[in-house]
Design a protein around this ligand. Structure first.
Ligand SMILES: [Zn+2]
Length: 160
């Protein structure tokens, strides 16, 4: 990845790798690794940390107010090439604008709603829900899914 600002971001971390450029967005979100209690952007550039945190709140709440404000400071223009028209950063070296373009692409393709934070409060890993009906709630059925199902079972057993 040529972008120096993104050298903190590790793409392709399982579970729940996203397709295409949406993976860059997912990988950025997971630098706030709540499962391991580690912030992998510690010491990283402030603007990337701030953008990640705004993006996380947007993912979880769907409220685009903050994100819209951030986006206004990182303009995109239409770029043409190879017979395609895509959104590209207006300014040079604007990593946040590049990520906003990835985000726009994910909305246009309908993939954005598949990006979710794991419903296990001890995990909260951001994953791509590849299930057919988009009903996934956990990053991984083996780990979080089983843990959460066992917890729900014990709760029901206590209430019975
Ligand atoms: Zn999880």
């Amino acid at each position: 990845m040529p972008d120096q600002l993104l050298r903190w971001v590790e793409v392709g971390s399982e579970p729940g790798v996203a397709p295409g450029s949406l993976e860059r967005v997912r990988a950025l979100l997971n630098t706030d690794d709540r499962f391991h209690g580690v912030d992998r952007l510690t010491g990283g550039p402030d603007r990337l940390v701030a953008f990640r945190d705004v993006l996380r709140r947007y993912l979880e709440s769907g409220d685009a107010t903050e994100l819209t404000t951030v986006a206004a400071g990182h303009p995109l223009v239409v770029g043409f090439g190879d017979g395609a028209a895509t959104l590209v950063p207006a300014g040079p070296d604007d990593t946040v604008a590049g990520l906003l373009a990835d985000l726009q692409g994910a909305h246009a393709s309908g993939e954005w709603p598949r990006l979710k934070a794991c419903a296990n409060p001890d995990c909260q890993w951001v994953y791509y829900d590849g299930s057919r009906n988009r009903s996934g709630r956990w990053c991984s059925m083996n780990e979080c899914g089983d843990v959460m199902k066992a917890r729900a079972y014990r709760r029901r057993a206590r209430q019975a």
